[in-house]
Design a binder for this molecule. Structure first.
Ligand SMILES: [Cu+2]
Length: 141
């Protein structure tokens, strides 16, 4: 009988220990899914993939798929502007940044390219799901 009681106490302690270990204190944000964002540069457009991120550290892999020189500038909450070197066609370069919820600007700093359309945004949200746009009245007609 004494043994039975003790066993029960031990089991309870073990369960409590497991429960206490269920929430480890991790200082490193968990990157969910892809930890590399590929930004393809063409004349004159930027295509980030993916364009919607969860908070965390990422490698931004810039690929110049155009026929002229391009580069990438990235800035946003907690990230002072970072730039790659100017890339010749076919060249690539990487930036690393830790993003937090908010909107990040990405553009090509080569003369005039931003105005020609080489500008995009990355959306970082805590929630992964984005609601589908509710189709309302298209208006105007
Ligand atoms: Cu450019």
């Amino acid at each position: 009988m004494v043994r039975a009681v003790r066993g029960c106490v031990l089991l309870g302690a073990a369960l409590f220990g497991l429960a206490a270990c269920g929430a480890p204190t991790s200082p490193v944000p968990v990157a969910t899914g892809a930890d590399t964002v590929t930004i393809t540069m063409t004349d004159f457009q930027l295509t980030p993939n993916p364009a919607t991120l969860t908070p965390g550290a990422y490698r931004f892999h810039a690929v110049n798929a155009g026929r002229t020189t391009h580069a990438i500038a990235l800035s946003g909450p907690g990230v002072p502007e970072q730039r790659t070197v100017v890339l010749q066609p076919g060249q690539t370069a990487d930036l690393t940044a830790t993003v937090q919820p908010g909107e990040y600007d990405v553009y090509c700093p080569v003369d005039g390219h931003r105005a020609k359309g080489m500008e995009t945004h990355l959306h970082v949200g805590a929630a992964a799901a984005t609601p589908a746009p509710s189709s309302g009245d298209t208006g105007g007609y």
